[in-house]
Design a protein around this ligand. Sequence first.
Ligand SMILES: [Zn+2]
Length: 277
Amino acid sequence: MLKQRARVLITVKASPEPSKNYGDTVCVAGVRLNNDGSGTWVRIYPVAFRHLDSDLKFKKFEVIEVDLAPSSKDARAESYRPNWETLTRKKRNGKFKTYDAEARGPILEKLIGPTMCDLRLGVEVDLNAQSLGLVEVRDLKPLRFEDHGPWSEAQIASMTANMSQPDLFGEVDTTPVLVAPRFKVHYDYLCTSPICKSHKPRILDMELSALQHRYRFKSDAELKAIITTKFHTEMWNANVRTYFFVGNFGDIVKRRNFSVLGVYRPPRAADYFSALF
Ligand SMILES: [Zn+2]
């Protein structure tokens, strides 16, 4: 399989999920920065993010360089397998360099659209149609919560299968087993299609998982209030424009379902797009 060197602006890290081979993995998505100044969506999977050495744990909105090979198991054009041994992170003034709002705005604004309704329609026609996108939110209703429940026995078995097995270097992974979050959280929104009836995707953002873990000793009501502040109030208000990073599932049966992997919310007055011309 042909390997390609890629510069990728990381835009989302999804919630970790139990995985057979790696304990737990995440899906990472971002924008591949092409030499002609354009950007292309890429999905990088699998990433055993929690198990990476700390100096490899790249941040959101960081630009990484890594070798990517088209995924042999996933026919969606955006999907690639990474080779982490080739990962390069750039430092500036001793810190890993992330793109601030001014630097990422012009890259991301060019990728807004199609609407969520159109992305769904695309997958109805062709299962391998555009599978990552940045869609504008026209209206956002209150968050919807449901109990997550414990991992299934199969998920627990897959997570613990390799735990006590030393790796190639004789080292045993000591990362704690992934804790199930308390809630599944869904957005309920309208996209900008005039015929939109609503979308109710689950939020699969690593930051939601981290928030639930950090506040795991709070009551249900307190935890819901914290999540509402971070994922609704701060994301949807008079000061910002709101767009969702969305992506669908690899599983053919679930391919029509798009989740929200993150939120892009520039200041309402920011005009990164016309600055390009
Ligand atoms: Zn819609």
